[in-house]
Design a protein around this ligand. Structure first.
Ligand code: NA7
Length: 472
């Protein structure tokens, strides 16, 4: 304050969080240093380019395959052999992604007073950012971790622009990115194996994770668990070619050898913060993961430097969270508002072949926070009406609501496994933020006959029966 700078705010990173902050700051004139190499239009970060958008579209391709199978039960007749063309799908997805980049570029930057530089930004002094437009491959934001011994493997980021069908695929990593990729590849008819180092979906409700695994196994996805990759060798050139994979069980007693066309790494991302000069200005970050330490106002230990989005340590790596955090940060800095980003009750969903939507806490977390005796878990299987005619997966869809008994059975977690789970949970997230109780949920009239209706009619508790009934 009181000093003159070229810009009021400099945003390093052109992900959706950075763009959101920049957009709110328009009147102050700020600079966004984009994260992508000048040769590629990478604005929009992981979400648009190699995350949410791409994977939802590929998941949709798999759902359409399923719909084609179901359609004969509804009277559709077709003579033509049905097959899937990977390249056609990939090109359509990439076309959409490029169009989105363009519109973001136009909307947020070109048509505004934000100066956009597609370059590497580096903090060189407390209030000085050096901009280097020649260093092509360096990024801010996050990137996929690729250990050196895995050079023949492809990071899951690459799958969305892979020019040829990946064929028989080994997915390494069992968090949401790995399981989502495995799900849509299997849905497109490809043989898929998932290599799991420890558990599935760390941090998510583990009973739900088990159900997701069960559904994937029924979809003929194989699981190698617990195994870690030890060697990958090329045994045949070509696109996709062939790889021989060796893996070792975690206890060191079993060896696995198998051949795959593609080995896809979905083993997590590291924050690309090592090259942006944090050390020059004394910002504290975790040297192993690159994640930056922040307080509840997203401020680092250096008063005028903030971090939002996936580079924050210990926060949710979710696009809408980054967008909200960026928007609110800019309003706090320039709009005289005080609202902080609320990291509680954030709804999210997984585009696994059986979609999963959740808001609030997992059962494990609820037990930890309130004590097992103080929580009640209401649950039920349900059978979507549209799945009854083709006789699809009677016991796969599931809903559960976790309540805190001493607090008037306030709902602290909603979990849905089923079609359009994210669409269902979005509305319940509003109710959770407003302090929804089980009584209020029960007095809500359901919409008949839709899947979400099940949440208004949950009577069986896990404590009382353990078993679930199937509604639908
Ligand atoms: P996550 O959520 O960090 O998960 C990483 C997964 O990979 C997890 O299952 C790990 O198992 C596993 N992992 C990590 N290292 C290895 C090695 N060396 N070998 C085998 N398995 C391993 O990342 P995602 O890939 O799901 O991506 C999430 C991002 O996508 C998110 O940040 C958004 O930006 C979009 P563990 O449980 O640790 O045993």
């Amino acid at each position: 304050r009181g000093l003159r700078y070229d810009y009021d705010l400099v945003v390093i990173g052109g992900g959706l969080g950075g763009l959101a902050a920049a957009k709110v700051c328009l009147i102050n004139g700020c600079l966004v240093v984009g994260q992508s190499p000048p040769s590629s239009p990478g604005l929009g970060g992981t979400c648009i380019n190699v995350g949410c958008i791409a994977k939802k579209l590929m998941h949709q391709a798999a759902l359409l395959g399923q719909a084609i199978q179901d359609s004969s039960n509804f009277g559709w007749e077709f003579n033509k052999q049905v097959s899937h063309n990977w390249t056609c799908m990939m090109e359509a997805v990439q076309l959409h992604i490029k169009a989105m980049n363009c519109s973001h570029h136009k909307q947020h930057l070109q048509d505004s007073r934000v100066t956009y530089l597609n370059a590497l930004g580096e903090l060189v002094a407390p209030h000085t950012v050096k901009v280097d437009e020649s260093r092509e491959s360096l990024k801010s934001g996050e990137k996929y971790t690729t250990p050196e011994s895995y050079v023949l493997c492809s990071p899951s980021d690459d799958l969305f622009s892979l020019p040829h069908c990946p064929g028989h695929t080994l997915v390494v990593g069992a968090s949401y990115m790995g399981l989502e990729c495995a799900g849509f590849l299997a849905g497109l008819g490809l043989p898929v194996t998932v290599m799991v180092r420890s558990i599935l979906l760390r941090g998510f409700d583990q009973k739900i994770a088990e159900r997701i695994e069960e559904h994937m196994v029924n979809q003929r996805i194989s699981f190698l668990r617990p195994f870690v990759l030890t060697k990958v060798e090329k045994i045949q050139e070509g696109s996709p070619g062939k790889l021989r994979v060796t893996a070792l069980s975690s206890d060191g007693k079993e060896t696995f050898e198998g051949e795959f066309n593609t080995v896809l790494l979905a083993i997590g991302r590291e924050a690309c913060t090592r090259n942006i000069g944090l050390d020059h200005v004394g910002v504290k970050y975790n040297p192993r993961t690159g994640k930056v330490l922040v307080d509840e106002e997203d401020r680092t230990n250096v008063g005028h430097i903030f971090a939002i989005g996936d580079v924050q340590k210990g926060r949710l790596d979710l696009t809408p969270v980054a967008v909200q955090a960026g928007r609110l940060l800019a309003r706090r800095l320039y709009g005289r508002q005080r609202t902080k980003c609320d990291y509680i009750n954030v709804p999210t969903m997984l585009f696994t072949s059986m979609e999963y939507g959740a808001c609030g806490v997992s059962e494990e977390r609820a037990s930890q926070m309130y004590g097992e005796e103080n929580i009640e878990v209401y649950h039920s299987n349900f059978w979507p009406l549209e799945w009854t005619v083709p006789g699809r997966d009677k016991y796969a869809c599931y809903a559960k609501v976790i309540c805190h008994i001493p607090d008037s059975e306030r709902v602290v977690g909603v979990h849905v496994l089923g079609p359009n789970a994210g669409e269902i949970v979005q509305g319940f997230a509003v109710a959770l933020r407003c302090g929804l109780t089980k009584e209020q949920l029960d007095s809500t009239i359901g919409i008949h006959p839709v899947c979400a209706e099940v949440l208004t009619d949950l009577t069986v508790t896990q404590r009382a029966s353990g078993a679930t009934v199937v509604k639908g």
